[in-house]
Design a protein. Structure first.
Length: 145
Protein backbone atom coordinates (compact mmCIF):
# COMPACT_ATOMS: atom_id res chain seq x y z
CA UNK A 1 0.00 0.00 0.00
CA UNK A 2 1.09 3.54 -0.63
CA UNK A 3 0.79 6.17 2.08
CA UNK A 4 1.26 9.93 2.13
CA UNK A 5 3.18 10.93 5.23
CA UNK A 6 2.66 14.64 5.97
CA UNK A 7 4.80 16.71 8.28
CA UNK A 8 2.53 19.35 9.79
CA UNK A 9 3.69 22.95 9.76
CA UNK A 10 4.78 24.80 12.89
CA UNK A 11 5.18 28.47 13.74
CA UNK A 12 8.88 28.08 12.92
CA UNK A 13 8.35 26.46 9.52
CA UNK A 14 5.71 29.04 8.62
CA UNK A 15 8.18 31.80 9.57
CA UNK A 16 10.65 30.30 7.09
CA UNK A 17 13.06 29.11 9.79
CA UNK A 18 15.33 26.51 8.23
CA UNK A 19 16.38 23.42 10.19
CA UNK A 20 19.86 23.31 11.70
CA UNK A 21 22.69 21.14 10.41
CA UNK A 22 22.14 18.50 13.11
CA UNK A 23 18.45 18.05 12.23
CA UNK A 24 19.19 18.03 8.51
CA UNK A 25 21.83 15.33 9.03
CA UNK A 26 19.44 13.22 11.15
CA UNK A 27 16.69 13.52 8.54
CA UNK A 28 19.21 12.62 5.83
CA UNK A 29 20.13 9.44 7.70
CA UNK A 30 16.43 8.59 8.16
CA UNK A 31 15.72 9.17 4.45
CA UNK A 32 18.68 6.93 3.61
CA UNK A 33 17.14 4.15 5.72
CA UNK A 34 13.81 4.59 3.93
CA UNK A 35 15.48 4.40 0.51
CA UNK A 36 17.60 1.34 1.42
CA UNK A 37 14.46 -0.42 2.73
CA UNK A 38 12.63 0.31 -0.54
CA UNK A 39 9.97 2.33 1.31
CA UNK A 40 10.51 5.88 0.04
CA UNK A 41 8.98 6.76 -3.31
CA UNK A 42 9.26 10.56 -2.94
CA UNK A 43 9.77 13.19 -0.29
CA UNK A 44 10.09 16.97 -0.19
CA UNK A 45 9.91 19.93 2.12
CA UNK A 46 7.57 22.80 1.29
CA UNK A 47 8.05 26.55 1.47
CA UNK A 48 5.91 28.43 4.02
CA UNK A 49 2.28 29.10 3.07
CA UNK A 50 3.14 32.79 2.56
CA UNK A 51 4.62 31.67 -0.78
CA UNK A 52 1.55 29.62 -1.68
CA UNK A 53 -1.88 30.17 -3.13
CA UNK A 54 -5.24 28.47 -2.76
CA UNK A 55 -7.91 28.21 -5.40
CA UNK A 56 -11.46 28.06 -4.04
CA UNK A 57 -14.15 26.41 -6.16
CA UNK A 58 -17.81 27.38 -6.00
CA UNK A 59 -19.68 25.95 -8.97
CA UNK A 60 -18.10 27.52 -12.07
CA UNK A 61 -16.36 30.27 -10.05
CA UNK A 62 -12.67 30.13 -9.14
CA UNK A 63 -11.19 32.46 -6.53
CA UNK A 64 -7.45 32.68 -5.93
CA UNK A 65 -6.36 33.41 -2.35
CA UNK A 66 -2.76 34.37 -1.57
CA UNK A 67 -0.97 32.95 1.47
CA UNK A 68 -0.09 33.02 4.27
CA UNK A 69 -2.83 30.83 5.67
CA UNK A 70 -3.74 31.12 9.35
CA UNK A 71 -4.38 27.50 10.35
CA UNK A 72 -0.75 26.53 11.01
CA UNK A 73 -1.67 23.14 12.54
CA UNK A 74 -3.58 22.22 9.38
CA UNK A 75 -0.81 23.17 6.97
CA UNK A 76 1.76 20.77 5.54
CA UNK A 77 5.46 21.64 5.78
CA UNK A 78 6.73 18.56 3.95
CA UNK A 79 5.78 15.09 2.82
CA UNK A 80 6.91 11.62 1.88
CA UNK A 81 5.24 9.09 -0.35
CA UNK A 82 5.98 5.60 0.94
CA UNK A 83 5.32 2.05 -0.24
CA UNK A 84 4.64 -0.11 2.83
CA UNK A 85 2.98 -3.43 3.59
CA UNK A 86 0.53 -1.94 6.10
CA UNK A 87 -0.45 1.12 8.08
CA UNK A 88 1.28 -0.48 11.08
CA UNK A 89 4.56 -0.55 9.14
CA UNK A 90 4.12 3.13 8.24
CA UNK A 91 3.53 3.98 11.91
CA UNK A 92 6.68 2.09 12.90
CA UNK A 93 8.71 4.07 10.36
CA UNK A 94 7.29 7.37 11.64
CA UNK A 95 8.12 6.37 15.23
CA UNK A 96 11.77 6.09 14.12
CA UNK A 97 11.73 9.51 12.43
CA UNK A 98 13.66 12.34 14.07
CA UNK A 99 11.40 15.16 15.26
CA UNK A 100 11.13 17.16 12.01
CA UNK A 101 10.81 20.50 13.86
CA UNK A 102 12.82 22.22 16.57
CA UNK A 103 9.60 22.41 18.65
CA UNK A 104 6.76 19.93 19.08
CA UNK A 105 5.47 18.56 15.81
CA UNK A 106 3.00 16.16 14.29
CA UNK A 107 3.12 13.77 11.34
CA UNK A 108 -0.04 12.49 9.67
CA UNK A 109 -0.20 9.24 7.67
CA UNK A 110 -2.93 8.68 5.10
CA UNK A 111 -3.44 5.82 2.63
CA UNK A 112 -3.34 6.72 -1.06
CA UNK A 113 -6.31 5.56 -3.12
CA UNK A 114 -5.51 2.67 -5.43
CA UNK A 115 -7.46 1.79 -8.58
CA UNK A 116 -9.40 -1.02 -6.88
CA UNK A 117 -10.72 1.44 -4.26
CA UNK A 118 -12.91 3.17 -6.86
CA UNK A 119 -15.09 0.17 -7.75
CA UNK A 120 -17.18 -0.20 -10.92
CA UNK A 121 -17.17 3.55 -11.60
CA UNK A 122 -13.51 3.22 -12.55
CA UNK A 123 -14.25 1.68 -15.96
CA UNK A 124 -11.72 -0.23 -18.08
CA UNK A 125 -11.38 2.89 -20.27
CA UNK A 126 -10.61 5.07 -17.26
CA UNK A 127 -8.13 2.47 -15.95
CA UNK A 128 -6.38 2.43 -19.32
CA UNK A 129 -6.18 6.22 -19.33
CA UNK A 130 -4.76 6.21 -15.79
CA UNK A 131 -2.12 3.61 -16.70
CA UNK A 132 -1.15 5.62 -19.81
CA UNK A 133 -0.77 8.80 -17.76
CA UNK A 134 1.28 7.05 -15.05
CA UNK A 135 3.60 5.55 -17.68
CA UNK A 136 4.05 8.99 -19.25
CA UNK A 137 4.85 10.62 -15.88
CA UNK A 138 7.34 7.86 -15.03
CA UNK A 139 8.98 8.32 -18.43
CA UNK A 140 9.32 12.05 -17.84
CA UNK A 141 10.84 11.44 -14.41
CA UNK A 142 13.45 9.10 -15.91
CA UNK A 143 14.35 11.78 -18.48
CA UNK A 144 14.77 14.33 -15.71
CA UNK A 145 11.61 16.38 -16.23
Amino acid sequence: MRVMVMVKASRESEAGQMPGTELMAAMGRFNEELVKAGVMLAGEGLHPSARGKRVRFSGPQRTVVDGPFAETGELVAGFWLWQVRSMDEAVEWVRRCPNPMESESEIEIRPVFEAEDFGAEFTPELREQEERLRAHVEGQAKKGG
